[in-house]
Ligand binder design. Structure first.
Ligand code: GUN
Ligand code: FE
Length: 452
């Protein structure tokens, strides 16, 4: 049985660097929210399928100026940091964590506060077209369960992790797992809770083992988390080689680079997403590729806290599974489309260089630029690949996680000139100039979660 059938122009990116445009394609969405067929005009079943949907009253037709895109996959969100989005961006990473972020995250012992913030964030992300979010919560089991509940209730696909952090030297007394054992117990409890939530039979909400980053965790904690990952075969997320300070800390403590340390603790798997990774080199990229792990590139956040640009061009050329992350609140905007444009901009700074007093030939790193097609691939297909989920494409067998962009909304910054802009130009303009006003409808797993 089908739930509905939608007809319109699809824009998506099956191949990195290429855009596929399917005009007037018929998308049949099954009862379980999976795309059961994508029929091109002229194919045999097209007319029959369209008529059947019209007869059943389940036919949706996009209007002129509207485009169906895969939903955005945000690979790195700190849900508890939402109240400080757009604030406290003046400090270096270490000071920002200690002075602003840990005190804020500690407040999630209060479930009422957690409920208000998490409800607000999930609504805003959905309104911005983020159909999937990979969330860091806090150290608190109950508030983290609440985040999972809210995502399930509002219909956002979400991967949710209780943050593990127990290192007395790096974490304050007021915000730290009480012991290795309690951190591991709570991680296990969250996995079991999410896996048995009623209404989550399609597993749109998934648990994630979440060591904050190596500096926050003792080796005992990292060892225990690696064992849990093996036992439960679940996703992993952490920060990897983000800043000079963090990268040097790991080299100093373990004598190895972040990727090698994580690998030693069995935390580098095909279900691992490494946030940032600005300081990774070719050796790191080789092991990330070998383990089939993914990377969450967070270009806006990196301008503030990494003091370096992730080598996106190299990573894409090596065919790593790279997606994009907002990194709320180190990145201020909840919009992944804005991070698409930022990813292109950052790559141009890396290639062109930034200091005009250095002569041009020495200023930048040659062959570093990426383009809007590659950024869009990262925000959709790349994110899906990094998570190992069938999302990010409008394709048979994939979940119907999709957004409708309306380019004709009044009072928006998006201007299309019919005689000048082809569909690729329109996508480029969507990336650079659209905002949440242009996002007309959002579906996750075939369920309408915004618009009509
Ligand atoms: N490293 C450890 N924790 C954090 C965090 O919350 N944000 C960022 N950007 N980096 C981190
Ligand atoms: Fe982060």
């Amino acid at each position: 049985m089908s739930r509905f059938t939608l007809c319109g122009t699809v824009i998506h990116a099956p191949v990195c660097g290429e855009i596929e445009i399917l005009e007037n394609v018929l998308i049949v969405v099954s009862d379980t929210g999976v795309i059961s067929s994508a029929l091109e005009q002229g194919c045999e079943r097209y007319i029959v399928a369209k008529q059947a949907a019209i007869d059943a009253g389940s036919f949706i037709e996009l209007e002129e100026g509207q485009y169906l895109l895969p939903g955005m996959v945000d690979l790195h969100v700190h849900a508890p940091q939402w109240p400080q989005a757009g604030n406290a961006l003046h400090l270096p990473l270490y000071d920002w964590l200690q002075k602003n972020t840990f005190p804020l995250e500690a407040k999630y012992a209060d479930l009422d506060f957690a409920k208000q913030v998490y409800n607000s964030l999930v609504d805003v992300l959905l309104a911005n077209g983020t159909t999937t979010a990979l969330y860091f919560a806090t150290i608190h089991l109950e508030a983290t369960k609440l985040l999972a509940d809210i995502c399930l209730a509002k219909g956002q696909r979400a991967l949710v992790g209780k943050v593990a952090m127990d290192n007395i030297d790096e974490c304050p007394d007021y915000y730290r797992d009480a012991s290795v054992q309690s951190g591991l117990d709570d991680t296990r409890a969250l996995i079991e809770y999410i896996r048995s939530m009623s209404g989550n039979e399609l597993e749109t909400v998934l648990p994630v083992v979440t060591p904050r980053f190596i500096p926050s965790c003792t080796d005992e904690m990292l060892t225990g988390l690696g064992e849990i990952v093996q036992e439960y075969d679940c996703h992993v997320q952490t920060h990897c080689s983000e800043s000079d300070w963090e990268h040097a800390y790991v080299l100093n403590r373990h004598g190895t680079r972040d990727t090698d340390s994580l690998d030693k603790f069995k935390l580098l798997t095909s279900k691992t997403v490494l946030a940032h990774s600005c300081f990774i080199n070719e050796q790191d990229m080789a092991i990330i590729k070998e383990r089939k792990s993914g990377v969450a590139h967070c270009p806006l956040s990196n301008a503030y806290f990494a003091d370096a640009v992730f080598p996106a061009r190299k990573a894409l050329d090596l065919e790593l599974d790279v997606g994009l992350g907002t990194d709320i609140s180190a990145g201020a905007t909840p919009s992944l489309l804005q991070n698409c444009s930022m990813a292109v901009t950052a790559s141009r700074y890396l290639e062109g260089g930034v200091d005009s007093s250095v002569k041009q030939s020495d200023r930048g790193v040659a062959n570093s630029r990426i383009n809007y097609k590659e950024a869009f691939w990262m925000a959709t297909t790349g994110g899906g690949r990094a998570l190992g989920l069938n999302i990010g494409l409008i394709k048979k067998g994939y979940a119907f996680d999709a957004i409708v962009i309306d380019t004709s909304v009044r009072d928006s910054n998006l201007m299309i000139w019919g005689e000048l802009d082809n569909v690729e130009d329109i996508l480029q303009k969507i990336i650079y100039n659209s905002d949440r006003k242009n996002i007309l409808s959002v579906w996750v797993q075939g369920r309408l979660v915004k618009g009509g």
